[in-house]
Design a protein around this ligand. Structure first.
Ligand SMILES: C[S@@+](CC[C@H](N)C(=O)[O-])C[C@H]1O[C@@H](n2cnc3c(N)ncnc32)[C@H](O)[C@@H]1O
Length: 354
């Protein structure tokens, strides 16, 4: 069977000038159905995997999201029809934690999952407590009232890479070297949407400054805006505000590869064996969401927003503190030196579609 580098070599030989835009290589590296990092089925996340997420820290993240879902449900007048919709559910761990915290509450749970292997793994874990759709566009008849959640989803979308050459922004493409390795080279813009996005990038950065343009995130926001539910959208991810991307310290962009808890910028090596990920540009995300009719309700560092979400739970514990493991989870999720500062949480208002 071919390996991912072999598959990429074949694709490069067939491509004009032997080059492909980086976005297509990242798509292949993450989502090739057999050899992509995420394609073949959910990999382990956590200590024995390549990286931690808030979900892998423990059950507390799911508990806090369940409390938030109940708050959203009450704010809508406690309707009979209310669904938690999750996208990027991976192995179903967050769904399991949220459902456990909800106990016998009749809130429904729906997962948006395009990959049948992930759906099978989630079904094994969650059984008939959950329903599935392939895409947000498949919500043609509802579900009506909903609380949409995702953790670390847009950071896993394939991005275009662009570099300022002192005069103009160039798109970075991938080509094979004579030594059989891959390298980034500048090329022409591969689509007009990229050219439009680039118009709003600054032109006073040092030559060589590299950035990611996440057009897939903008497309995803469009599907969220037209999805047939009303309520709210909760997005947690690591990311930055726009100005932070322009700092000299970020001149190489935010794209990184993760393997066994080691992180580096050698994103064209060990393709398919490592996670590739970028920081979410929350300024851009919020601007596009607002333009699409999804206004911002709350945006904050994860530590602060989860801290506020946890307040009723913490108050309810007065006199009987939680066990040490739960307190460690709270600390990991909220401490500024751990996940509290680098991760951000955003809540958007979702009026009815159409
Ligand atoms: C970084 S992992 C996060 C997994 C999990 N949410 C967590 O926090 O532990 C990103 C996940 O998003 C999934 N994903 C990427 N694009 C997706 C899409 N369009 N629809 C559903 N899931 C997607 C990947 O398969 C992967 O499971």
């Amino acid at each position: 069977m071919s390996s991912l580098p072999q598959i990429l070599c074949e694709k490069l030989s067939a491509a004009p000038a032997g080059r492909l835009p980086f976005v297509q290589v990242m798509e292949l590296a993450l989502y090739h159905p057999d050899h992509g990092y995420y394609g073949a089925g959910p990999r382990k996340i956590g200590r024995s995997g390549d990286f931690f997420t808030s979900v892998s820290v423990g059950q507390l993240f799911g508990k806090l999201l369940a409390l938030r879902a109940l708050e959203e449900w009450r704010a809508l007048g406690a309707p009979e029809d209310f669904t938690i919709i999750e996208q990027g559910a991976h192995d179903g761990q967050l769904a399991e934690d949220v459902l456990k915290a909800l106990g016998s509450h009749p809130i429904r749970y729906l997962i948006v999952e395009p990959n049948p292997r992930y759906r099978a793994a989630q079904a094994t874990r969650l059984g008939d407590r959950v329903q599935w759709v392939d895409s947000l566009d498949a919500l043609a008849n509802g579900p009506g009232n909903a609380f949409f959640v995702c953790n670390e989803l847009p950071d896993a979308f394939p991005v275009h890479l662009v570099r300022w050459n002192g005069t103009r922004w160039e798109e970075l493409c991938v080509e094979a070297t004579d030594a059989g390795e891959f390298r980034l080279v500048p090329g022409e813009y591969s689509c007009t949407e990229l050219a439009t996005e680039i118009e709003s990038l600054p032109q006073d950065l040092a030559p060589g400054h590299t950035m990611e343009v996440n057009l897939a995130m903008l497309e995803w926001l469009r599907t969220l805006a037209r999805a047939r539910f009303r309520g709210s959208i909760f997005i947690a991810d690591y990311g930055l505000d726009e100005e932070e991307f322009y700092a000299d310290a970020r001149a190489e962009g935010t794209i990184r590869r993760y393997h066994q808890h080691q992180m580096d910028g050698r994103v064209l090596e060990k393709l398919g064996e490592c996670d590739l990920t970028t920081h979410v540009n929350f300024t851009r995300l919020i601007a596009e969401a607002t333009r699409l009719g999804l206004p911002q309700r709350e945006y904050d560092l994860q530590g602060r927003l989860l801290g506020r979400m946890a307040a009723p739970w913490l108050r309810s514990l007065e006199g009987s503190p939680p066990d040490a493991a739960t307190m460690r989870q709270f600390h990991s999720l909220t401490h500024p030196a751990l996940m509290g500062r680098s991760f951000r949480c955003l809540v958007l208002e979702k009026p009815s579609a159409g």
